[in-house]
Design a protein around this ligand. Sequence first.
Ligand SMILES: *Cc1c(COP(=O)(O)O)cnc(C)c1O
Length: 461
Amino acid sequence: MLDKQIERMKKELDAKEIFNIAKQSAYEYLDSIFTRDVYPKQEDLAKLSAFDEELKSDGCNPDEILKMLNDIGSPNTVMQTGPKYFGFVNGGALPVCQGVKWITDVWDQNAVLNVTSPISAKIEEVCERWLVDLLHLPKETVAGFVTGSSNASFCALAAARNYQLKQAGWDAQKDGLFLAPSIKIYMSEDAHATIIKTLYMLGFGERNMVKLKSDSQGRIIVDGIPSEIEPNSIFVLQAGNVNTGAYDDIYSIAKIAKRHNCWIHIDGAFGLWAVASQKLKHNLKGIELCDSWSVDAHKTLNVTYDCGIVLCKNESALVSAMQARGDYIIHSAERDNMIYTSDMSRRARGFELWAALKYLGKSGVEELVNRLHSNTVYFADKLGKLGFEILNHITFNQLIVSYRDDKTTENILKEIQKDNVCWCGGTKWKGKSAIRISICNWSTTFSDIDLCVESFDRGRE
Ligand SMILES: *Cc1c(COP(=O)(O)O)cnc(C)c1O
């Protein structure tokens, strides 16, 4: 029985039919990136019920599986690799990353240890070095490669928590958290949802969080920071608010926080990359004064999912918070990727990041960042001329707009989504309904934006 199963799979590998079918489907998809609908049609969504089948006793052939995905799955994808998707903060995918993903998926490396994959360890070591250089971080900064900024913040804030507890004479790993000294988290009232989630997961509650007042853009009001800061606390600052794109005044706040021996974490999911641009790096003044940073390569950098990065200046604080002991774990004298993250086994996402950085180079990253910014300025200008109210100062690649009252804005958003030329989501900004436009795709041009603006215009009617 087993032999028959092995025989069947080997034959499939020999024939390479699976790969040929996959390649064919992928090419079809790639050819349609610039032309297909941004969002699935109702009639295609209805076909998703074909997946509601019972798990059968007998399996089926690979070609049937691939065909089902191609025929029913593909029309139900959201065209976020195309130039007219502006939802959430979803990056596109550089072709080189997709190519590298194909090859390295066949390698199927487990990036946990050097001994499980020397190439993954080497590539992540190189990515770490390049990122520290590109992002102007302290030289001793280490990097762990994780699913996204949520997990990156989780790892960084675990390190921060244990480090600050240690300063208070408490060993979290020995004594646990339940009777531990209290630690305060100073953060914006507009901190990202994932920061709150992460803090909950790390044993912090609302009573530990000091939510600092923010201005109309979501920036912490520096003068509003209480003069009594608890020593050895943690500050969480934003380099890019998810709605406005605004940056906290990192330099001024870091100066205050450091006087009280606080750990400063930067949530820079999409916005940290702006430091690579001469034109935009002023937003990140003081970035090197901080202790940890979280950032996503799958957003601004257009690396394929999933690729988040935790960066931490104090290597031993991160490594100690992420430690896992086991007699069977073989550590090497070189880099072992697992010591920097909460995962053990995982995919080797460093390959795609490395490819993006090598492909773009420093000037290519700068050009990409600047293009996202100038697209956003262009989009805002066009919408302003149509009578939309621009609710944010354009710092980088986020744009939020409204039209007259909440109800009209919400209706226009519905019409835009129905029109299906582009896709935007909605939000509430300081109590006001808004349309969110997040420009994250390498391929978006001014003429794409012109088409989208026409759709906004139709939406008003
Ligand atoms: C996207 C985002 C996150 C969460 O990142 P994931 O990669 O989705 O986990 C956190 N903070 C900000 C500002 C973001 O834009």
